[in-house]
Design a protein around this ligand. Structure first.
Ligand code: ADP
Length: 487
């Protein structure tokens, strides 16, 4: 069989890709946008059924393209933390999915006692925050009577998007997740690689509502198609999948993904490095051969700022237009932007902060605002790489991917702000590539030693020493603006 399919259930769209194992590239892709709703300030919800139906649509599209008998299996990758509750008997969602960016549970997280907060850090490697699934499950149990009713009848399932999709694709036969998705719930012990009974008990979340946790290169189930059955094999949360897809398979290698949010992941080997700088310790991937840990810095908003300029303010007709608009001015004219739409993630972990533009004058134009939003993305990444450096991890280059990495202006600006080379592969869909690689690995179609060959070289953006001081100055201004956003 020549192909594997990678299904990437992202925040703003669901995509499926046909990967050609012989040509070593994607040969077909299908995409459907998925909606988000914002019922209250700081709240983010999604329709789990919409995610499923659109995933089924793009998957079938890819199967039709490749021919069912030519497809060896389907690998999954997904937006992490977003939480779905559903009925085990009917497969019906109980309520809207709570999005990873949703801040509705931040007061609940703040109110956790110090002992529990310390336990979360120690067992899960995470900073207690509304971002992670535990508080979202708790919120649903506390506010949705139908969820409590199903719980009492032992029919409640709570899972992340991978778990939800695999449950539906296998018609309820597989209720599973993978180690990386589990590691983002705030309920999973990253040392023992199992749900943590102490945390489950403190949060009053019974183990029975959670999926079985499998390795990233495990078989997850089988999906019936018109022509037979298709193996569902290989799963990783989007950022971990991108780490694999970028070929960051050795300690010291790292990547930044520029999607809705910005995510930096740094491979730290078999060692769990716990951060003193607000970074998260997480599972990079867990294979039959062993576990790799990673340090992660995540900012909730990056490309979403560009989306807001387009959809909220009408300043852009497309996200891609931001590149040319930003380059139409030599600088931001003193304008600085902080993308704290729902608070600030690493390293600040502040739910109260809100986005701001500073330094606006009568001379400020649309181009200055657009440029400031793009620059803020690069500055966020700088904050995170400074934290990585502060952990004593040296950085010599970083690999980049995600929707906004298509923007050459942003990539060059990023290299200048970081002072290191920014390496963008030919295939920017590293997230999907990681899922394809894990699927191939799971099905025995490749081996670990050959994984690195999946990544094809693209363009390397080198830092320009001539603008170094200018970029340092820009970064200092950004840090001042962040302080204001935190006030
Ligand atoms: P996700 O997986 O989080 O849905 P993607 O990796 O698909 O995200 O990236 C989409 C994001 O990237 C959107 O927020 C969009 O605004 C932004 N984006 C896409 N293309 C560009 C571009 N050329 N310049 C800047 N931002 C872009």
């Amino acid at each position: 069989m020549r192909y594997v399919i990678a299904l990437d259930a992202g925040t703003t769209s669901v995509r499926a890709f046909v990967y050609d194992l012989i040509g070593k590239q994607f040969v077909y892709r299908a995409q459907q946008e998925v909606g988000q709703s914002f019922p209250q300030p700081g709240w983010v919800e999604q329709d789990a059924d919409e995610i499923y139906y659109k995933a089924a649509y793009v998957l079938n599209d890819c199967i039709r393209f490749a021919g069912a008998n030519m497809v060896a299996g389907v690998g999954f990758t997904n937006q992490r933390e977003t939480t779905v509750l559903w009925d085990r008997a009917t497969g019906e969602p109980v309520c809207p999915a709570i999005g990873w960016q949703c801040r509705r549970t931040s007061a609940w997280c703040d109110a956790l006692d110090d002992d529990t907060k310390a336990l979360v850090r120690e067992r899960t490697g995470l900073v207690p925050d509304a971002y992670f699934s535990a508080s979202k499950i708790r919120w649903d149990l506390d506010h949705i009577p139908a969820a409590r009713d199903l719980l009492s009848r032992r029919r409640l399932c709570a899972g992340t998007v991978d778990s939800w999709l695999i449950f539906r694709f296998t018609e309820g036969r597989s209720f599973v997740t993978d180690v990386t998705n589990a590691s983002r719930t705030m309920l999973f012990n990253i040392h023992t690689l199992d749900w943590d009974d102490e945390l489950l008990s403190r949060f009053s979340i019974p183990r029975s509502v959670l999926p079985e946790v499998r390795l990233c290169d495990a078989r997850m189930g089988e999906m019936r198609t018109r022509d037979g059955v298709l193996a569902l094999a290989g799963v990783a949360g989007d950022q971990q999948s991108a780490l694999v897809g970028q070929g960051c398979l050795r300690a010291g290698e790292g990547k930044i993904t520029y999607g809705t949010g910005l995510f930096l992941l740094f491979h730290t080997g078999e060692k769990c490095v716990s951060s003193r700088n607000g970074l998260l310790t997480t599972v990079g991937y867990a294979l039959k051969s062993g576990v790799a840990y990673a340090l992660e810095g995540s900012s909730f908003h990056a490309g979403s700022g560009i989306q807001w300029l387009r959809d909220g303010l009408g300043l852009l007709s497309s996200a891609a237009e931001s590149e040319q608009v930003a380059q139409s001015v030599p600088d931001t004219g003193g304008v600085c932007f902080v993308p704290a739409f729902t608070g600030l993630g690493a390293p600040h972990w502040n739910s109260e902060a809100r986005a701001l533009f500073s330094g606006i004058t009568r001379g400020t134009t649309r181009a200055h605002l657009v440029r400031a939003v793009l620059e803020s993305i690069a500055y966020e990444a700088r904050e995170l790489t400074d934290c990585i450096r502060a952990e004593g991890v040296p950085l010599s280059a970083v690999r980049c991917d995600g929707g906004a990495s298509a923007n050459d202006f942003l990539m060059q600006f990023q290299a200048d702000v970081l002072g290191i080379a920014v390496d963008r592969p030919a295939e920017r869909e590293s997230t999907a590539l990681g899922a394809a690689m894990l699927c191939a690995l799971s099905l025995g179609l490749t081996d670990e030693a050959s994984l690195e060959q999946f990544r094809r070289a693209g363009q390397v953006f080198e830092p320009d020493p001539a603008v170094r001081e200018l970029r340092e100055q820009g970064y200092r201004e950004y840090c001042r603006a962040v302080k204001r956003a935190l006030m």
